[in-house]
Design a protein around this ligand. Sequence first.
Ligand SMILES: *Cc1c(COP(=O)(O)O)cnc(C)c1O
Length: 421
Amino acid sequence: MSTNFPLSNSQLSNLVKDFPTPFYLYDEKAIRENMRRFTKAFSIFPVFCEHFAVKACPNPYILKILAEEGCGADCSSLPELILSDLAGIKREKVIFTSNETPASEYKYAYEHGNIINLDDITHIEYLKNALGELPETICFRYNPGSEKQGCNSIIGKPEEAKYGLTREQMIEAYRICKAEGVKHFGLHTMVASNELNPAFFVDTAKLVFELCVEVQEKTGVRIEFVDLGGGLGIPYRPDQKAVDYDQVARGIREEYDRVVVPAGLDPLEIHWECGRPITGPYGWLIATAIHKKHIYREYIGLDSCMADLMRPGMYGAYHEVSVSGKEDAPKTEVYDVVGSLCENCDKFAVQRPLPKIEIGDLVIIHDAGAHGRAMGFNYNGKLRCGEVLMRENGSFKEIRRRETIEDLFATIDLDGVKQFN
Ligand SMILES: *Cc1c(COP(=O)(O)O)cnc(C)c1O
């Protein structure tokens, strides 16, 4: 877990006077420092580009900070493309890695000069029909099927995944696009989610590099960039270790020197689409304990719920929980820390040893900066919480307000309801 929560109990207590719980807090300084470490590790390649996966934290303030650190964006929908645009991310630094994409969204990406990453061989024809021509640059998403073993449970086995093209289709796709006059080519794959083993990414890079060589041999197409997707994990649990960026970069560089350089494919650009490791450890959900309940188990009820952070309820995911001001207190109690949704899976922590919690205590859910607020929903009429950014100078800025009941009802014609009979 991240032991990096930046505020003391008195600082946090002051903050909640201005921003009542629940809310997300992000640490700008920590996000920037981490991004610099990531970029530095991959500076051993001729060209490196991280396209931040917008879905992980779709807030344009955060995107703007990341853009200043050199990041592009990885988008999978029109609103994400628009957000990246709003954040000032350069056209060619936006990659559109989408699937089951409507023509209108391809059109927007094309008109804005974004890189289009196709998820299927049939999408070449579809794209051509949508645009009237093919773009100068095209990337294809590779699904290695049973060639890639050891994939973890969130993303599942590649041969059961809906994404990407088979190996044979990849070759054919580049051949078709070359004949159609496409000038620049990329190759993408993503076969992991929240993976902590550096060797997994090195192995994936090797597979992708070898495919680049095969594509060149069979079609004469020179692939100019590979995109290794996302999937770099973070240590949610206290006993897990963060991925060493340098170790991953060096391992991939070895394969690069072994496979890419001798084939004459150097310089080959290395791209990533990481979301989780970029913002995950630097965002927290802050809530207040509002109820204590003693039945067959001990429960702590928060003023937040799974609508603000879905991962524990949806995947049984572990998030570290701490109590502000009680970081060093002995863990004498065992609690289920729960939210207010009418679903029994709405538990931030199950049977978790924690210090004794009193009503009014501020409870911090860690590692919530990616796939946190972003996955929120409105089931049960829950209003999603807002987001606060801690600036580098220690000041705070609300970067998204909490939802109101008016927001929730905005899609319904309420006058129409009165007249409806
Ligand atoms: C979700 C996703 C990512 C980001 O994954 P993280 O685990 O957050 O790094 C990148 N690319 C694609 C295509 C994705 O679906």
